[in-house]
Design a binder for this molecule. Structure first.
Ligand code: SIN
Ligand code: CO
Length: 373
C-alpha cells in the first residue's frame, strides 16, 4: 500500500484503521505549495449565483447572524469577523473537482462535496460540531483551530448558527496553506481566521436512518403490487357500526405483510438515492445537439468523461447515474463500471463498447451528463 503525502505519510489503510471516525489528524503540508484555486473575487461571484448554495455568517459586535445566498453584495473585505461559505464548488470548477478526486480512496457514495469558506480576520462559524467527518484544508492565509472531544453537546439557545454553550477545546493549532486537519464526526471545533483566510472542507454524506427509511418507503410505493380487493363474505351484523372490526384488521394485515423486499431493492434504492443530484444542480446540455454517428466519431478520437456534476454508482448488475437506474447486460458492464470508477472512457473503450452502451453515451452527452475529453 502506497504512503500518501495527503495523509501525512500514512497509507489509506492506516488512516482508516487508526483515525477515521476515531480521532483527529493534523497533516502539515498535506498538499505542499498549495495555491488557492479561486480568488476571493471569484468566490464572491459564486456566492452571487442562484445555482450555488452559499451562506454568510457574521459575528459583528459579538452577535451571530446567518444569511442564505445568493448575495449581490458581501460585506467589505476590509471589515473583520465575517465569513462566507460556498457549498459544492467541485460541481462548478475543474480544479476543485480534481482536488475532490484525491479523496476517492473513500467511496463516492460517502463523499459529499468541496465547500470553500472565505473569512476576514477573526471570522468563523463559532465552536460547533458536525455529524460528518471532514478534511479541512487550509488554502490561503492562516486559521487557528481549537478542537476537543466535547461530551457536553448543549448548544446556545436562540441563535441562527449552532454554537456550543460550554466549548472545552483541548488542542490548538494554526494551519497554513497546504496544511490539513481531519476531524471525525461530532468532534468539536472552532476555526478562527488569523487575518484573511480561506479553508476548503471536503465533507461526507451521513444520511440519517430516518431519512433513508422514508426514502426507501417512497421507493417501495413505486414497486409495490398487491392484487385483489378487500372482501368479507362472512360479515356478521354489528351493534357498534362505528367500530373497525378485528376481522378487518387481520385481513388487511395479511395483505400488507405480502409487501416484501430483498437486498436488491435496498441496492436499487440506495443507488438511485445517492446518485440523485442535489435539487440546485442543473446540467449544462450542449448548445447544439450532435447526431449519434458524429458523436461516436468524436468520442472514438477523444474519449469521454463524466461531467463534474454527474454522480455515477454501480452495484452488481445495477448501474445508477444521476438518480436513474438500469440493469446492465454482462457485455456492457465492463465499460460502465470503468466509466463510473475512472469517471472516463478512452477511445479504445468506446470502440470496444456494445451498441447499447454507445447509444447510452450519446444520450448522456445530449443531456450534459458526459462530455468529450
Ligand atoms: C469553515 O470553513 O469556516 C467552517 C468549516 C467547519 O467548521 O466545518
Ligand atoms: Co464544522
Amino acid at each position: 500500500m502506497k504512503k500518501l503525502t495527503l495523509l501525512g505519510g500514512l497509507t489509506t489503510q492506516q488512516f482508516l484503521r487508526d483515525y477515521w471516525h476515531k480521532k483527529p489528524l493534523l497533516i502539515r503540508q498535506a498538499i505542499p505549495q498549495f495555491k488557492p484555486l479561486l480568488t476571493r473575487e471569484e468566490l464572491a461571484a459564486m456566492a452571487a449565483r442562484d445555482d450555488v448554495e452559499s451562506r454568510l455568517v457574521t459575528h459583528f459586535g459579538a452577535r451571530w447572524q446567518l444569511k442564505k445566498g445568493p448575495f449581490d453584495q458581501l460585506p467589505p473585505f476590509s471589515k473583520k469577523a465575517w465569513t462566507t461559505l460556498i457549498q459544492g464548488v467541485n460541481l462548478h470548477h475543474d480544479g476543485a473537482d480534481a482536488l475532490m478526486q484525491q479523496f476517492r480512496f473513500l467511496p463516492d457514495a460517502r463523499l459529499d462535496d468541496l465547500m470553500i469558506s472565505y473569512a476576514t480576520d477573526t471570522g468563523g462559524v463559532g465552536p460547533h460540531f458536525d455529524a460528518y467527518d471532514v478534511f479541512l484544508l487550509q488554502a490561503h492565509g492562516k486559521r487557528l483551530w481549537r478542537i476537543g472531544p466535547q461530551t457536553d453537546m448543549t448548544l446556545v439557545e436562540g441563535l441562527p448558527v449552532k454554537i456550543l454553550k460550554n466549548f472545552k477545546p483541548e488542542q490548538e493549532m494554526v494551519l497554513e496553506p497546504g496544511d490539513m486537519l481531519y476531524l471525525p464526526p461530532h468532534y468539536a471545533h472552532d476555526g478562527i481566521a488569523v487575518g484573511e483566510c480561506m479553508t476548503y472542507s471536503i465533507g461526507f454524506r451521513t444520511p440519517s436512518f430516518q431519512e433513508l427509511g422514508e426514502g426507501f418507503l417512497q421507493y417501495l410505493t413505486e414497486s409495490v403490487e398487491l392484487d385483489g380487493h378487500y372482501a368479507d363474505p362472512d360479515l356478521a351484523p354489528t351493534s357498534k357500526p362505528a367500530e373497525i372490526g378485528s376481522d378487518m384488521i387481520t385481513r388487511v394485515a395479511t395483505a400488507i405483510r405480502k409487501i416484501r423486499f430483498a437486498d436488491d431493492d435496498i441496492a436499487i434504492f440506495l443507488g438511485e438515492y445517492l446518485s440523485e443530484p442535489k435539487p440546485s444542480v442543473f446540467f449544462d446540455a450542449p448548445v447544439r445537439s450532435t447526431s449519434l454517428p458524429r458523436f461516436l466519431e468524436r468520442a472514438e478520437k477523444r474519449g469521454v468523461k463524466l461531467a463534474r456534476k454527474t454522480r455515477m454508482l454501480y452495484r452488481g448488475r445495477h448501474v445508477f447515474i444521476n438518480g436513474d437506474s438500469f440493469v446492465a447486460a454482462s457485455a456492457d458492464r465492463r465499460a460502465l463500471v470503468k466509466l463510473a470508477d475512472r469517471r472516463g472512457l478512452d477511445p479504445e473503450d468506446i470502440k470496444a463498447a456494445s451498441e447499447d452502451v454507445r447509444e447510452a453515451l450519446h444520450a448522456w452527452h445530449e443531456d450534459g451528463w458526459i462530455v468529450l475529453q
